[in-house]
Design a protein around this ligand. Structure first.
Ligand code: CAA
Ligand code: FAD
Length: 379
C-alpha cells in the first residue's frame, strides 16, 4: 500500500476543503439550530462532482477512487456533518448500489441524475421493529406478475423528504427468510407513498430524516435490483461500502474538532501562559491527534482494499467502529479544551460533539460492527 497521495487525490482534498470553508461554513450554525436542509449547498456539491464521486463518467460520475472519496468526506465533515451524510448516502449507498447491481436501463434512468445532484437518493432498510435486526423486515413487496405491491413503514430515512429515488428493502417471500427479500427502486410521487414528519434530532440537524409509509404502492418489476431474493445481500454488500463513508464522516468530525481545539489552545491564556503550555491540555491534544491518525489509517486501508477489489467487510467495520469512538472522544475533549466557550454554539465544537454520536448508531451500531468483525475472525 502506497501512503503517498497522488496529485489528483491532493487536488480533490483541496477542492473539498475550499468548498467546506467557503460554502458550508457560512450558515452552518443557523442550519443546525433551525434544522434547515442545506439544499443550495448540496446542489453545488452535485455540480462539483461530489455526489457521484466513484461512478463511471458515462453515467455523469467523477470516476474517482474510494481514497479520494474518503479525503473529500473528511473535509466536508470537518465543517458540516449534515451535508456529509447526504453525500455519503448518495455516493456509497444509492449510486454505488445501482451502478454495481442495477440494469443498464436503471443506470441510465437514475444514476445520470443522482450523480449530478439533479436528484437525491435515499436508502431504506430500517423499520420501527427492524433496525440492527435487519432480516426481520415487516414491509412487504407482494409479487403481482408485472409489478410488486408495496406495503409498510420505513424509519429514520436520511434524505427522506428531499430524495426523489428511494431504494426500498422489502419482504416478498417470508418463508424464505432473508432469501425472500427484494430491493425496489421507488420514485417520489408514486401513488400510496407518503413521507412522515421530519425527526427533531440531537445532531446532524440539518439533515432530513423521516419515516416513510407505503400503502399499496405499485412498483414495476423492472424497478427490482438484481435477481428475485437478492435484496438482503444487496443491502449488506452496499452497507459494507457505506460504512467506509460513515467512518470518514466520523474521522472528519473528529479532525474538525481537533483543529479547532489545537488553535484555541494556542490563543487562550490561563495562569500567565497559553493553555497548550499546560501539559494536561497538550497531552489531551496528543491523544486526540494519535487516535485521529489511527482512524485515518483504518479508513484509508478499507478504501484501498475496496479500490483493489479485495474484500473489505471487516476493515470497513473496524474503521467505522474506531473512527466513531474517536469522534465521540475527541469532540468531548475539544469542548473541554474550550472551557465555557465550548458550551456555546459560536465555537462549533458543541455541534461537532452532538453530530459525533450518530456515527456510533447509523449504518450499523458499534455493537453490530463488533458482530461483523468477530464473525469475520473465525471465517
Ligand atoms: N455481503 C454479502 N452477504 C452478506 C454480508 C455481506 N457483507 N453480510 C451478511 N451477508 C449474508 C450472509 O452470508 C447470509 O447469507 P447466507 O445465509 O446465504 O449465508 C445473510 O446475509 C444473512 O446474514 P446473517 O446470518 O449474518 O444475518 P444476521 O441476521 O445475523 O444479521 C447483521 C447480520 C450483520 C447483524 C445485519 O443484520 C446488519 O448489518 N444489521 C445492521 C443493519 C444496518 O447496518 N442498518 C443500517 C441502515 S442504513 C443507514 O443507517 C443509513 C444511514 O445511516 C445514513
Ligand atoms: P436497535 O436495533 O433496536 O438497537 C438498540 C440497541 O441494542 C443498540 O445499542 C444496539 O447496538 C443493541 N443491539 C441490538 N441487537 C444487538 C445484538 N445482536 N448484540 C448486541 N447489541 C445489540 N436507516 C436506514 O435504513 N436508512 C437511513 O437512511 C437511515 N438514516 C438514519 C439517520 C438517523 C439520524 C438515525 C438516528 C438512524 C438512521 N437509520 C437509517 C437507522 C439506523 O441505521 C438504525 O437506527 C440502527 O441500525 C439501529 O437500529 P435501531 O435504532 O432499531 O436500534
Amino acid at each position: 500500500m502506497n501512503f503517498e497521495l497522488s496529485e489528483e487525490q491532493l487536488m480533490i482534498r483541496q477542492a473539498a476543503r475550499d468548498f467546506a470553508q467557503t460554502e458550508l461554513l457560512p450558515g452552518v450554525i443557523e442550519r443546525d439550530e433551525n434544522q434547515i436542509f442545506p439544499a443550495e449547498q448540496i446542489k453545488k456539491m452535485g455540480e462539483l462532482g461530489f455526489l457521484g464521486m466513484m461512478v463511471d463518467p458515462k453515467y455523469g460520475g467523477s470516476g474517482l477512487d474510494t481514497i479520494s472519496y474518503v479525503l473529500a468526506m473528511e473535509e466536508i465533515s470537518k465543517v458540516d456533518a449534515s451535508a456529509s451524510v447526504v453525500m455519503s448516502v448518495n455516493n456509497s449507498l444509492v449510486c454505488w448500489g445501482i451502478e454495481k447491481f442495477g440494469t443498464e436501463e436503471q443506470k441510465q434512468k437514475y444514476l445520470t441524475k443522482l450523480t449530478t445532484g439533479e436528484q437525491i437518493g435515499a436508502f431504506c432498510l430500517s423499520e420501527p421493529e427492524a433496525g440492527s435486526d435487519a432480516t426481520s423486515q415487516r414491509t412487504t413487496a407482494v409479487d403481482m406478475g408485472d409489478h410488486y405491491l408495496l406495503n409498510g413503514t420505513k424509519n429514520w430515512i436520511t434524505n427522506g423528504g428531499t430524495a426523489s429515488v428511494y431504494l426500498v428493502i422489502a419482504q416478498t417471500n417470508p418463508e424464505l427468510g432473508h432469501k425472500g427479500i427484494n430491493c425496489l427502486i421507488v420514485e417520489k410521487g408514486m401513488e400510496g407513498f407518503q413521507v412522515g414528519p421530519k425527526e427533531n434530532k440531537l445532531g446532524i440537524r440539518g439533515s432530513d430524516t423521516h419515516s416513510l409509509m407505503f400503502t399499496d404502492v405499485k412498483v414495476p418489476k423492472e424497478n427490482r435490483i438484481g435477481e428475485d431474493g437478492f435484496g438482503f445481500k444487496f443491502a449488506m454488500q452496499t452497507l459494507s461500502g457505506g460504512r467506509i463513508g460513515i467512518a470518514s464522516q466520523a474521522l472528519g468530525i473528529a479532525s474538525g474538532a481537533y483543529e479547532l481545539a489545537l488553535k484555541y489552545s494556542q490563543e487562550r491564556k490561563a495562569f500567565g501562559k497559553q493553555i497548550f503550555d499546560h501539559q494536561a491540555i497538550a497531552f489531551k491534544l496528543a491523544d486526540m491527534a494519535t487516535n485521529i491518525d489511527a482512524a485515518r489509517h483504518l479508513c484509508m486501508h478499507a478504501a484501498w482494499l475496496k479500490d483493489q477489489k479485495q474484500n473489505f467487510d471487516k476493515e470497513g467495520a473496524m474503521a467505522k467502529l474506531f473512527a466513531s469512538k474517536t469522534a465521540m472522544d475527541v469532540t468531548v475533549e475539544a469542548v473541554q479544551i474550550h472551557g465555557g466557550y465550548g458550551f456555546v454554539k459560536e465555537y462549533h465544537v458543541e455541534r461537532l460533539m452532538r453530530d459525533a454520536k450518530i456515527t456510533q448508531i447509523y449504518e450499523g451500531t458499534s455493537e453490530i460492527q463488533k458482530i461483523v468483525i468477530s464473525r469475520s475472525l473465525i471465517k
